[in-house]
Write a protein that binds this ligand. Sequence first.
Ligand SMILES: [Zn+2]
Length: 240
Amino acid sequence: MSSADRRDELVHREQLSPNSDERLLPIEMVVLHYTEMDNAEVALERMCDPQAKVSAHYLISEAGEVIRMVPEDKRAWHAGVSFWRGHKDVNSASIGIELDHPGHRGGYREFADAQFDALVPLLARIVKDHDIPRTNVVGHSDVAPARKIDPGELFPWDRLAEYGLCLPKPDKLEQGDPFDNDAAFFLALERWGYDITDGHKAIEAFQRRWRPEKIDGQVDGQIRAILYRLLLDRDAGFVR
Ligand SMILES: [Zn+2]
């Protein structure tokens, strides 16, 4: 089966949004979001409203329906003002997937299994088609830490990592403190990908992704050790 056949098989419905334009960069990232809306239909309506000026390539309902809103070769408007590994135009470099979910404001809760089960093959196909490294499968909060907290600490990154679709939490953490001072830590955090303009928020975003048990915006030994391990493994070429 060709990739194009597979693409259509994974999409249940198409409702094209007018909110897109031309890409200025090659695709090398995926950004995951939650909609923070009551249901998928309300979210779809908003993302197809020209006044709203927002969109994503895909929306996945809680029941697992995959809706295509923007073709992958177009630039969807999901990330807003954002930054990742030097890119300021994250929309141009990414594919955006919105997960139907009430968000933190709507009574934050676990993501539905049916939704996750629809996300896995879609994301697998996207990552394969565009050769996207696992280090670039990120959340909205990772690319806009000062403004966004989606998809949030309940998003099952660990389960996604089991499918090889994002990086797993590193094990074998270094003992002792790998960074001399906070400046060295922040330099490393920026090198990993984050906009560190708001340091506290950047640490929160890192914690939300890598140590969701405690999100306090404070640098501690465990956070330092996780970041150090991630960078070492990426720079050594063990992960990409
Ligand atoms: Zn978002």
